[in-house]
Ligand binder design. Structure first.
Ligand code: ITT
Length: 202
C-alpha cells in the first residue's frame, strides 16, 4: 500500500482530504500529522494560499521524507476586500474558535444587503515529493454569506456559506455533496493524477 502524508492539524480538514483521496486512488494510505513523529513547523507567513500550502508541504517532506500534501484555504468575502482570506482560521483571534469567527463575520456584514454578500472559498493544495518536485492546484467555489448560520455538518464557515446554485448551506450538505462542489474537492481532484503517478513510482 502506498502512503501519503497530509500535513494538517485540522482534523475535519484531514477527514475531507482523506475521504477524497481514498475515493480516487485505490490502495492509498493517508497519514496525518498525528501518525508521524512531531517536527518543527515553520509559521505560515505568506500572504497567499499557495505560498502557505507550500510551506506546510515542504516542511512535511523535509521532516519525514514522505510524499506530502498540504491544504491552505479560507473564505474571501467580496465586501471585505477578500478578507479574511489566509487569516480565516484565526479571524477573531486566538485561540481559534469557529463559532466566534462566524459571529465576527456576521457582525462585519451586518449592514450589507443580500445582493452584496458574495464570497468564495479558496483552497490551494500543494504536493511535494521526496525528490523535490512541487505541484500546486487551486480550487474555488463561489457563493453567498447567509444572514445566520444553518446546519451542523462540515466545519469553519460552512454554516454561513451557500454555494451558488445550492439551496442549502455547506453545513447542511452531506459529505459527498460538499466534496463534489467544494474548493477542496476541486483542488484535490485536480491533484489526484499527480499524486497517483508519484506513488506508482515508489
Ligand atoms: P492546517 O494549517 O493545520 O491545515 P488550519 O485550519 O489552520 O489547519 P488554514 O490555515 O488553511 O488551516 O485555515 C483554514 C481556515 O479556513 C479554516 O480553519 C476555516 O476557518 C476556513 N475554511 C477552509 N476551508 C473551509 C471549509 O471547507 N469549510 C469551512 N471553513 C473553511
Amino acid at each position: 500500500m502506498s502512503q501519503v502524508l497530509v500535513a494538517t492539524h485540522n482534523a475535519k480538514k484531514l477527514t475531507e482530504l482523506r475521504r477524497i483521496l481514498v475515493a480516487e486512488i485505490s490502495g492509498v494510505e493517508v497519514l496525518g500529522l498525528d501518525d508521524v513523529a512531531p517536527y518543527d513547523e515553520p509559521p505560515e507567513v505568506e500572504n497567499t494560499f499557495e505560498g502557505n500550502a507550500l510551506i506546510k508541504a515542504r516542511a512535511a517532506v523535509a521532516a519525514t521524507s514522505m510524499p506530502s500534501l498540504a491544504d491552505d484555504s479560507g473564505i474571501c468575502v467580496d465586501a471585505l476586500n477578500s478578507m479574511p482570506g489566509v487569516l480565516s482560521a484565526r479571524w477573531s483571534g486566538t485561540p481559534r474558535d469557529d463559532a466566534r469567527n462566524n459571529e465576527l463575520l456576521l457582525a462585519q456584514l451586518a449592514d450589507i444587503p443580500d445582493e452584496r454578500r458574495h464570497a468564495e472559498f479558496r483552497c490551494a493544495v500543494a504536493f511535494v515529493t521526496p525528490d523535490g518536485d512541487e505541484f500546486i492546484e487551486i480550487g474555488v467555489v463561489r457563493g453567498t454569506i447567509l444572514l445566520a448560520g444553518r446546519g451542523s455538518n462540515g466545519f469553519g464557515y460552512d454554516p454561513l456559506f451557500r454555494a451558488d446554485g445550492q439551496t442549502y448551506s455547506n453545513a447542511e450538505l452531506s459529505a459527498d455533496d460538499k466534496d463534489r462542489i467544494s474548493h477542496r474537492g476541486r483542488a484535490l481532484r485536480d491533484m489526484v493524477p499527480t499524486v497517483a503517478k508519484a506513488l506508482r513510482r515508489r
